[in-house]
Design a protein around this ligand. Structure first.
Ligand code: GLN
Ligand code: ZN
Length: 756
């Protein structure tokens, strides 16, 4: 027999009800008290369990709900609270850790593996104390039961918890392993009293990364303890996002009941089936994509599930989502404006539930109910329509890609830069910014009103022009060398381009939780992409017409566009990337024909697209470097190409960045002083570099002296001929009152530094 499960379900609500309740509560809005927050949460939990139950899912989670984040919930449940929050307790403490309070800065947040979801990073030191508080976990189980659902309880596994923790002294997080396991044992003890039998899912995704080599030996001792707490508690060791082959070999040595493997993003997990077959462990096979939005090809998946069944020698197992459905939008129910054909290809969290049930039923050879049969029929029709739709398949685009002959620029960097210095005529330590300027309320309202059709195009254009005029004037007054137009027409750096690229669609309600109450709505790349018209030329040319200085064109790079979209799954990523690269390539050609001499191609998401396992890094690097180079290959030697990357560890990717062959790269560095730059020197990096010289994440205005010191520090590492001076990225998130004096000080500091 095959049974169905779901790894975890989104909690923000189909209309982002939790977001509204949280934000109302935080801002103490009239009528948004704690009661209302709790009632909203309870309603959502009940509704989410009902969705899963009604779809026929057999194993549903509790404790996948959170008011902010599940790692934070774990910190709270283990009572391991950083001392700066000592004076807080209860809910006030919980939100203070998440969001900061007057006297205590918020805890750090970082990306959850290779997703766009951010978790709160546990802070430990050698004196950390732990006290268990299981209230939420226990209460949620009971609540589900009152709602008629006997759940599995989701917990973050102890090894992953510690592996993702940081220490504020130089101790090692794992010195607390015994204590943490003891607390988890106490927790399991309490859980064991809840029912005759309870399933507990321990999420251990750290074992899909290369840390598995080092951490695998911990599995047996840790889980031997946990499985021995109570006979009626069955433990599932859950992994997702990649293969977990090393962990499998350890898990089968323990009394762990179940093992969750992702067969969508971890194809190699197939290799584990033989081991699982010969063990007592029950497989939880993630076969429905929990990270993408396309309808699952049910027939193909049933075939795959049957294959698993054969390989397991007929052993019972579970079939479910490849990871928590947290990473996909909630439901298609509210999509009224999407082209119906495109909509028929999609499946969000709620729709994926039925897919899991249907796959399970068909694999068991069972007959479908009436609703199931209808969904199954639509599923077959959709697979057909996707294979043939003229919305997707564009012969002209495919032909252009297949006939490509030029993949890179004509001259080498060494030759180009000489031509550029002559043409652009900039001196030592040229100054610039990363692109955006403060996004005022006025500006947001202007864009919204235009989108809603409340103002006409002429009024909108006047508003944007006025902003650009002011931006240009400010930068000239300031004395910056290379100017930008300020990006007033852009809501978001990917959405702006997606909206102008054929082959992209936008959902109305396709929100995905990013952190806390924040959600993002990634655009949908559904078909062959092309750029029917220039996307930025008009605004950049307008801005250039307002100044005799150089106006920098501003584009988002193909790798970033790809990493921040939901991308079609019916074509290899490298093909799609080439098509996107050509859209940017065309735009660069048009910009330089319009007289634009410097063009920045932002690759903000370049680093975060890196695969979880080293075995896949080479392929990603080749693909993304090729893609970037193709996109800028239309630039003439004298056109200077800049790129930009957000804060990241550059050490391991420096050679790749160099291979991208941009003439100048600006990087977000201020938070790390000149540490980050040392690698540029160490490898003899050739191209020009603009390290952010001040941190824009704080409203503080950096003084001239301070910035002079920072420039001096940079000059200790890189020669002045190679350096550009700019602030970190993100000026759009600041106020003009902060940006104006900071940039004036920056230009003053450069004057002093040049004279040194
Ligand atoms: N050009 C963009 C801006 O300045 C870059 C954004 C980013 O670095 N994430 O806003
Ligand atoms: Zn950035």
């Amino acid at each position: 027999m095959i049974k169905s499960y779901v790894t975890g379900f989104p909690r923000i609500g189909e209309q982002r009800e939790l977001k509204r309740a949280l934000e109302g509560f935080w801002s103490k809005k009239e009528g948004f008290d704690n009661d209302r927050l709790q009632t909203t949460a309870k309603t959502l939990r009940a509704r989410h369990w009902a969705y899963q139950k009604d779809a026929g899912i057999e194993l549903i989670s509790s404790n996948d709900f959170s008011f902010y984040d599940l790692m934070l919930d774990t910190i709270f449940a283990l009572g391991v609270i950083p001392t700066r929050f000592a004076k807080f307790s209860g809910q006030e403490l919980y939100f203070a850790m998440a969001r900061g309070a007057d006297t205590a800065v918020a805890m750090e947040m970082t990306k959850w593996f290779n997703t766009n979801y951010h978790y709160i990073v546990p802070e430990l030191n050698k004196d950390s104390k732990f006290t268990l508080n299981a209230d939420k976990i226990i209460a949620e189980y009971k609540e589900a039961k009152e709602n008629g659902v006997k759940t599995k309880i989701n917990l973050i596994g102890p090894i992953t918890f510690l592996a993702l923790s940081k220490t504020t002294d130089d101790s090692c997080a794992f010195c607390h392993l015994d204590t943490v396991v003891t607390k988890y044992s106490e927790l399991l003890e309490q859980i064991s009293k809840l029912d005759d039998e309870v399933i507990v899912q321990f999420d251990e995704p750290i074992f899909v990364t290369d840390k598995d080599e080092k951490l695998a030996p911990k599995i047996v001792p840790v889980y031997e303890k946990l499985t021995s707490v109570a006979n009626n508690v069955k433990i599932v060791f859950m992994t997702y996002f990649e293969h977990a082959l090393k962990a499998v070999n350890e898990v089968v040595k323990t009394k762990i009941y179940g093992l969750g493997l992702d067969f969508v993003y971890g194809e190699r997990n197939i290799e584990a089936l033989e081991t699982i077959k010969n063990s007592n462990v029950v497989l939880f096979a993630g076969v429905v994509n929990g990270r993408n939005i396309w309808k699952t090809n049910i027939d193909e998946r049933v075939k795959f599930v049957k294959e698993i069944e054969t390989k397991l020698g007929g052993k019972d197992f579970y079939v479910g989502s490849s990871c928590s459905l947290l990473h996909v939008p909630f439901t298609l129910k509210y999509e009224e404006k999407l082209n119906p054909e495109i909509k028929s290809w999609l499946s969000f969290a709620v729709e994926k539930l039925s897919e899991i049930s249907i796959i399970t039923a068909l694999a068991n050879g069972k007959e479908l109910c009436e609703v199931g049969a209808k969904i199954y029929a639509e599923n077959k029709a959709s697979a057909n329509s996707r294979a043939n739709s003229s919305l997707i398949h564009d012969k002209a685009v495919q032909e252009r890609v297949s006939k490509l002959t030029k993949f890179e620029r004509e001259m080498s960097f060494e030759e180009r830069i000489k031509v550029q210095h002559k043409a652009l005529n900039y001196g030592i330590l040229p100054t610039t910014t990363i692109g955006s300027f403060p996004q005022t309320v006025e500006l947001r309202v202007l864009r919204q009103n235009f989108k809603k059709g409340e103002i006409n195009e002429a009024t909108y254009n006047d508003g944007i022009k006025k902003y650009i005029d002011e931006c240009v004037k400010f930068q000239e007054d300031c004395g910056l060398d290379v100017l930008v137009h300020g990006e007033p027409e852009r809501n978001d750096m990917v959405e702006y381009f997606g909206e102008q690229i054929k082959g992209y669609a936008f959902s109305q309600n396709g929100w995905v939780q990013s952190y806390g109450s924040r959600c993002v709505k990634p655009p949908l790349l559904f078909g062959d992409v092309s750029r029917p018209n220039p996307m930025t030329v008009e605004w950049i040319s307008y801005a250039q017409s307002k100044t005799s200085k150089i106006m920098k064109g501003m584009l988002t790079g193909p790798v970033t566009i790809l990493n921040w979209s939901f991308v079609r799954d019916d074509k290899p990523r490298a093909q799609i990337a080439k098509q996107l690269a050509l859209c940017i390539n065309d735009e660069i050609a048009d910009l330089q024909d319009a007289g634009i001499k410097i063009i920045q191609v932002d690759e903000a998401a370049f680093k975060e697209g890196y695969p979880l396992r080293a075995e896949n890094v080479g392929a990603y690097e080749k693909f993304s470097v090729d893609c970037f180079k193709l996109s800028v290959s239309s630039a003439r030697p004298e056109t200077q190409i800049h790129t930009h990357m957000c804060y990241s560890e550059f050490n391991d990717i420096i050679k790749t960045i160099e291979a991208m062959d941009a003439d100048v790269i600006s990087i977000e560095t201020a938070r790390s002083g000149n540490e980050l730059l040392k690698i540029f020197k160490a490898v003899g990096y050739k191209q020009e570099v603009g390290p952010g010289i001040y941190d824009i994440h704080s409203p503080r205005i950096p003084s001239v002296e301070e910035q002079v010191e920072q420039i001096k520090a940079l000059l200790e590492v890189l020669p002045k001929e190679q350096l550009w001076i700019n602030p970190d990225c993100g000026l759009k998130t600041r106020k003009w009152e902060e940006v104006e004096p900071s940039l004036k000080n920056m230009v003053e500091a450069v004057k002093i530094a040049r004279a040194l």
